[in-house]
Design a protein around this ligand. Structure first.
Ligand code: NDP
Length: 266
């Protein structure tokens, strides 16, 4: 199947042009999600972000609009199926179509495995993994209607490695890579590409809390990361634009580390 005639293209100045495209990013009101949203907005896409915190949503929309983007937010809890569906519908209602879905919302609870309750296990799996399945399923008809689409799933170094304090988180992020492959195989025929991004250790609210809870984490990350620094949300703008545009049309089912070399270090 060939790419749709109105696919985003590389204009002669080498910049990706995503104008006319609409994307949804779950958890787009801060951290890595906002880093990706910023890249997509700068490439001209219309942006719908989703999170539970209304104040954070409003601040992120202001930031994106200041870049000249069409931006809006939906208050949504992605652990609730009806809210996932409403979020996807809102993209079509507000912007007329849906081209790109970034499944980024995530959380963790750090404990030794023997101490988790079933509710804690379910909260992490529902937030990180089941939400990606539900939002993708809800987005599929709109992407079909648009002639194709892109889904970007956010995994983790814990999609690859283990750690003693990440039982449900690691299970959710390993599952995210396998979900990515299944969706890619199923929907390639519909011109929908599904890829995962595996962030290294990035300085966000999530990991600031982790550095408080896990002694020595900060130093261990610095020592193992060849880039010699923690990642920044802005490091995700480029990969988002690449995976959202036609330059990645033959990339499907992959899991790409964006980690300053962390996963290459022996
Ligand atoms: P943040 O804590 O900064 O962002 C998490 C985002 O998810 C927030 O926007 C939050 O918004 C949203 N969110 C959480 N729960 C829900 C929910 N139930 N419904 C809707 N939105 C929700 O963390 P990061 O930016 O670090 O994390 C983003 C993704 O990147 C996550 O999937 C995380 O696992 C992954 N990741 C992060 C790494 C890092 O080093 N930082 C490394 C590897 C992966 P709100 O609170 O308003 O709902």
């Amino acid at each position: 199947m060939s790419a749709p005639a109105d696919s985003p293209t590389f204009p002669t100045n080498g910049r990706v042009d995503l104008s006319g495209r609409t994307f949804v990013v779950t958890g787009g009101n801060g951290g890595i999600g906002l880093g990706m949203a910023t890249g997509l907005a700068q490439a001209g896409a219309a942006v719908l972000i989703a999170g539970r915190n209304a104040a954070k949503n409003a601040a992120a929309v202001k930031t994106l609009k200041a870049l000249g983007a069409k931006a809006a937010a939906v208050e949504a809890d992605v652990t609730v199926q009806a809210e996932c569906r409403a979020l996807i519908e809102a993209a079509s209602d507000k912007f007329g179509r849906l081209d790109i879905l970034v499944n980024n919302a995530g959380t963790t609870i750090r404990k030794q495995p023997q101490h988790y309750t079933l509710e804690e296990w379910k909260l992490v799996l529902d937030t990180n993994l089941t939400s990606a399945f539900l939002c993708s399923q809800a987005a599929y008809p709109a992407m079909l209607e648009a002639g194709g689409g892109k889904i970007i799933n956010i995994g983790s170094m814990l999609s690859i490695f283990g750690a003693s304090f990440t039982g449900p988180y690691g299970a959710s992020k390993g599952g995210m890579v396998q979900l990515t492959k299944s969706l890619a195989c199923a929907w390639a025929k519909d011109n929908i590409q599904v890829n995962a991004v595996l962030p290294g250790w990035i300085d966000t609210e999530l990991t600031r809390q982790g550095r408080k809870e896990i002694a020595g984490l900060h130093e261990r990350v610095l020592a193992r990361t060849p880039a010699g620094r923690w990642g920044d949300p802005a490091d995700f703008a480029g990969i988002a634009v690449f995976l959202a545009g036609s330059a990645s049309d033959f990339l499907n089912g992959t899991a790409i580390p964006v980690d300053g070399g962390y996963s290459s270090q022996g």
